[in-house]
Design a protein around this ligand. Structure first.
Ligand code: ADP
Length: 246
């Protein structure tokens, strides 16, 4: 039996899937794929496959949940039972509730909810195939679905994870790196550089966190570019997206 620890980065500096340490997986985006939703987006990122659908703003029931000064954002992240190798038990879990909560908060600063008092904006992100980074993939898709629904945003939200394997920082972890690596740090950033989601699993030193933030900011910039191109392709122009992540 081979008891050698897994080597994540080879002598040429390449990762198990052939990427450089600062390279994200290929991303493909298709906006407006569902006819019944107000806005939608299908996103593939490496082997992740996600669909996000937005409904609303619509009147919120029960009325006691309404906010008289703003819309309520309700975000639901769900993994399909067939999205992972072992069947995922249907229904909410602690993990999906946590992801739904932090993802909803990732949109709070950018959605102009003040225009829609007493309403709810429902965002559903369904993971059809999971391969690490699904919460960030879902946020990237949900941003485009919100815009497709005609909901005004102050900025795009672009999300990516950074982590550590073989003692080195790497951008956009794949499943093996996520499961067996030393740290995983998913981040969401607005175009103004405001961090709207930041979580951390594992251990990083203060210096490593600083470097990781630079790396992930660069990853989010690449994603923002993909989001902008998808919007241009769909709508011909997107005036709100002419600022890059600061
Ligand atoms: P994220 O998908 O945002 O990176 P996690 O770090 O919690 O979230 O999960 C990493 C990966 O582990 C997921 O993308 C998925 O491939 C896998 N995974 C998560 N939960 C399960 C589960 N219940 N069963 C099987 N695989 C799972």
């Amino acid at each position: 039996m081979n008891n050698e620890p897994t080597k994540f980065i080879d002598e040429n500096g390449l990762r198990v899937d052939g990427r450089r340490t600062d390279e994200i997986r290929p991303m493909k985006v298709d906006i407006g794929v569902l006819s019944r939703a107000d806005g939608s987006c299908y996103l593939e990122w490496g082997n992740n496959k996600i669909i996000s659908a937005v409904y609303g703003p619509r009147e919120l029931h029960p009325r006691r949940m309404q906010r008289p000064d703003a819309a309520v954002i309700r975000y639901k992240y769900n993994m399909a039972s067939f999205s992972v190798e072992d069947r995922q038990r249907p229904g909410p879990s602690r993990r999906s509730s946590e992801i739904s909560k932090v993802s909803s908060e990732a949109f709070e600063p950018v959605v102009m909810t003040q225009f829609y008092p007493n309403t709810v904006i429902d965002v559903f992100s369904e993971v059809l195939e999971a391969d690490a980074g699904t919460r960030t993939a879902a946020i990237n898709a949900a941003t485009l679905a919100l815009i497709d629904a005609g909901i005004p945003l102050k900025s795009l939200v672009s999300a990516c994870a950074v982590g550590k394997v073989d003692g080195q920082l790497v951008l956009d972890l794949n499943k093996k790196e996520d499961n067996e690596g030393e740290a995983d740090l998913p981040v969401a950033i607005t175009q103004d550089g405001e961090i709207t989601l930041l979580q951390m699993d594992g251990h990083l030193t203060e210096d490593e966190i600083k470097q990781a933030m630079e790396l992930v900011k660069n990853g989010c910039q690449q994603i923002q570019q993909i989001q902008r191109e998808a919007l241009l392709k769909k709508f011909g122009q997107y005036e709100g997206a002419d600022t890059e992540i600061q």
